[in-house]
Design a protein around this ligand. Structure first.
Ligand SMILES: *Cc1c(COP(=O)(O)O)cnc(C)c1O
Length: 465
C-alpha cells in the first residue's frame, strides 16, 4: 500500500511512515494512492462476524506488509476487549428505517477509543521494532485527549502530551485526561480555544529543530491510521443491516471531518453507502462550505457539544484533494490561500463532486436540547448532545428529501460525559459507568500555558526533552 500527500510535494510513503509521521513533510495529509477494494462477498461475511476480525481485515488492506493479518487480529482483539459491550459497536433501532450506532462503549466513553486503542498498539509495536521512542502530541476539543491518554499510557515507547482549551471541556472530559497518573503522560491547559490548540500543534510540527529534539509525532485525526480504524464500524453496521444489497445513509456529528470522512473511505472501498450527512452545531463552517463552496471560519462559539466546537476542519483537505481530481498543486494553492486570507472558495466542479456524497445540516442549541428531551420521551434512553445534533440533522435531512430509506446515526459519546447539558434538557442525570464511580475524588495532574507555541514547547522540553 502506497500513500501520497494532498499537497503533492512529499515523496510517496508506506504505512509505517504514514503511521508515525502524522502530517506529511509538505504540510499535506496522507491518502492511499488507490482505494483498496472490499468485495461484495467479503462485506456480506462481516454480518455477525466478531468486530475485531472485521477490523483486522479492513486494516490489513491499509497496512501493506507492515503488519501480518495475524498480528492485526491479535492487536484488534486486545484493543476491543477493553470495550464494555459484547457487540463493541451495537446498533439500536429507533424508527422504521432509523438506527443509532452506539460508539461509546470504549474505555473513555467516546468513539475516539475505536481508533486510539488500535493506534497505540500499532505505534508501540513499530517503535519496539525500531528501538525508538517518540513524543506524541494531540490537541483535543475534549474526547481525543482522554482516548489518547488511556491508549498510550500503557505503551513503553511513547510519551504523550495533550493540549486542551482551558475551561472549554466538561469536567468529566477533563478529569478523564488529568487523573491518569503515569510518567509518560502530560496534560497542558491552553488559554484559548480548540483552534488555538490545533494551531500550536501545527506550528510545533513546523519547527524542525523541536520535532527532532523531542521526536515529535501526532495522533490527531489527521493521522491516517485513525481514519482507517474508523472505517471498520461503517462496514459492520452496513453489513448488519444487509449490505451490500441496499444503500445505507450515515449521519455523523462532525467537527474535524475525520469520522465522516472514514464513511467516505468505506464507500470508496466498495461499501454500499448512500449519502453521508454532515451534522454540525452552531460552528457550521462545514455546512456552509458544502452548501455554498465558501470555506471561511467565523470564530468558535462554545456549545453544549464541545467536541464539535471547531471551525477549521483539518480532514476537509482530504476531500478537497479528491474533489479537485487529486491535484496536489491545486490543493496546495487553495490551502495556501486559506492560510493567508482565512478563507477560500471551492471551485464549482469540486463542490458538485462533494455534493454527490455529502449532505449537511447545522443544528442550533434549542433544537439539540429539544431532541435530547424528545429522544428520552420516545425511547426512555438518554443521548449525549453530539448524538442529538446528528439526530436533529437526520430528521431534517429526511424531511427535506435529502435522505430516504435506511439511515444510521452515529452516537459518538456516552451521555454521562455531558451530564449538565443532558440533565438540563431531560431532567435526568446520566450515571457514569462503575469504572468511573470515583472520578471526582481522583487527584489531577495538569500544566497551564498561554496560547503560544514557544511557551508550550518550553514546557514539553522541560519534561520530555
Ligand atoms: C471528536 C468528536 C466528534 C467529531 O468527530 P470528527 O472526527 O472530529 O468530525 C463528534 N462527537 C464526539 C463525541 C467527539 O468526541
Amino acid at each position: 500500500m502506497t500513500y501520497l500527500t494532498t499537497r503533492g510535494r512529499a515523496r510517496d510513503a508506506d504505512f509505517e511512515t504514514v503511521l508515525t509521521a502524522g502530517l506529511a513533510p509538505d504540510g499535506g495529509l496522507y491518502l492511499p494512492k488507490a482505494w483498496p477494494q472490499a468485495s461484495a462477498g467479503e462485506i456480506a461475511g462481516y454480518a455477525g462476524a466478531p468486530y475485531a476480525a472485521v477490523a483486522a481485515d479492513v486494516l490489513a488492506a491499509f497496512t501493506g506488509d507492515a503488519f501480518s493479518r495475524d498480528a492485526l487480529l491479535r492487536l484488534a482483539d486486545e484493543a476491543y476487549a477493553s470495550f464494555e459491550h459484547e457487540e463493541t459497536a451495537p446498533l439500536t433501532q429507533v424508527g422504521d428505517e432509523d438506527w443509532i450506532l452506539e460508539l461509546y462503549h470504549g474505555p473513555t466513553l467516546a468513539f475516539k477509543d475505536f481508533a486510539m486503542q488500535i493506534l497505540g498498539r500499532l505505534f508501540d509495536r513499530v517503535l519496539a521494532r525500531r528501538g525508538e521512542r517518540l513524543t506524541i502530541i494531540a490537541a483535543t476539543s475534549g474526547d481525543t485527549g482522554a482516548a489518547a491518554i488511556h491508549a498510550l499510557a500503557p505503551c513503553d515507547h511513547v510519551d504523550i502530551v495533550v493540549l486542551h482549551p482551558e475551561g472549554r471541556v466538561t469536567e468529566v472530559q477533563r478529569r478523564m485526561m488529568t487523573t491518569v497518573e503515569a510518567p509518560n503522560v502530560m496534560n497542558i491547559a491552553v488559554k484559548g480555544d480548540f483552534d488555538d490548540c490545533q494551531a500550536i500543534v501545527k506550528s510545533l510540527f513546523a519547527d524542525r529543530a523541536f520535532v527532532d529534539r523531542v521526536r515529535l509525532s501526532g495522533v490527531n485525526s489527521i493521522n491516517w491510521a485513525r481514519l482507517a480504524a474508523q472505517t471498520v464500524y461503517y462496514f459492520t453496521a452496513a453489513a448488519a443491516l444487509g449490505a451490500p444489497d441496499e444503500p445505507i445513509h450515515f449521519v455523523v456529528p462532525t467537527g474535524n471531518f475525520g469520522d465522516v470522512f472514514a464513511g467516505y473511505v468505506a464507500k470508496k472501498m466498495g461499501l454500499n453507502v448512500g449519502r453521508l450527512g454532515v451534522a454540525t452545531n452552531a460552528n457550521d463552517i462545514l455546512h456552509r462550505v458544502l452548501t455554498t463552496g465558501e470555506y471561511r471560519p467565523t470564530g468558535v462559539a462554545p456549545t453544549m457539544s464541545p467536541s464539535m466546537d471547531i471551525q477549521v476542519a483539518s480532514n476537509f483537505e482530504r476531500l478537497l484533494f479528491d474533489a479537485l481530481g487529486r491535484d496536489g498543486a491545486a490543493t496546495r494553492a487553495l490551502m495556501d490561500k486559506f492560510s493567508k486570507t482565512r478563507g477560500m472558495t471551492v471551485p464549482p466542479s469540486a463542490l458538485e463532486f462533494m455534493q454527490k456524497d455529502f449532505v449537511s445540516y447545522a443544528a442550533d442549541e434549542t433544537a439539540t436540547a429539544a431532541e435530547m428531551r424528545a429522544h428520552f420521551e420516545a425511547n426512555g434512553t438518554l443521548i449525549d448532545p453530539h448524538t442529538a445534533v446528528a439526530r436533529v440533522a437526520a430528521k431534517a435531512l429526511r424531511e427535506d428529501g435529502a435522505l430516504s430509506g435506511r439511515v444510521v446515526t452515529l452516537s459518538t459519546a456516552h451521555p454521562a460525559k455531558f451530564p449538565d447539558a443532558v440533565a438540563a434538557a431531560t431532567g435526568e442525570t446520566p450515571a457514569l459507568p462503575p469504572a468511573y464511580a470515583d472520578l471526582f475524588e481522583r487527584p489531577e495532574f495538569i500544566a497551564h500555558a498561554p496560547a503560544e507555541p514557544a511557551a508550550v514547547a518550553a514546557i514539553i522540553v522541560e519534561r520530555f526533552g
